[in-house]
Each structure stands twice: as C-alpha cells, then as structure tokens.
Design a protein. Sequence first.
Length: 88
Amino acid sequence: MDDAAADDAALDGNAIGGLLIEVFGTEMTTAVGTCANCGAVGQVAEFAVYRPGLGTVVRCRSCESVLMVFTVMRGVTCVDLMGLASLS
Ligand SMILES: [Zn+2]
C-alpha cells in the first residue's frame, strides 16, 4: 500500500501532448508510432511516459524500449525519436 513511489509510475502519452505540440507544432497524441525494437504499433497517447527528472522518457509498453526522449536545453525542447521505426 505504498503509493509514494510516484517517480516510477508511468503516465500515458497524453501527459506529453503539450510537449509534442511544442516540438511538432501539431497535436501528436493520436499519431501512430512503431517501436523500432519489437515492432509494436500504438498511438502516442498509449505509450508509457516517465519523468525521471532530467527530461522525459517515452517507452514502448510491449518491450520497454525507449522510443522518445525529450530534453530541455536553454528553454528549447528537443526530442530524440531514435527508438521509433516510424511516426505518422
Ligand atoms: Zn517495443
């Protein structure tokens, strides 16, 4: 009964809706991404989102592979999509 471990709790992709708009200039939570590691296909809104403190990490719900990493440098949000085979 320990709900204090919020740091480990995964949010869903809706948590990064604002970030995605900032980076892509459009609503992306309904975009469909393909995991480059296991091939799982899902909407961004269904991805597992973690906020470890330094940036935001988005993981595949099937294999836990990192799909996207958001980092903020000098007020500019950058995103690394190297874990995604496709995003559309
Ligand atoms: Zn995967």
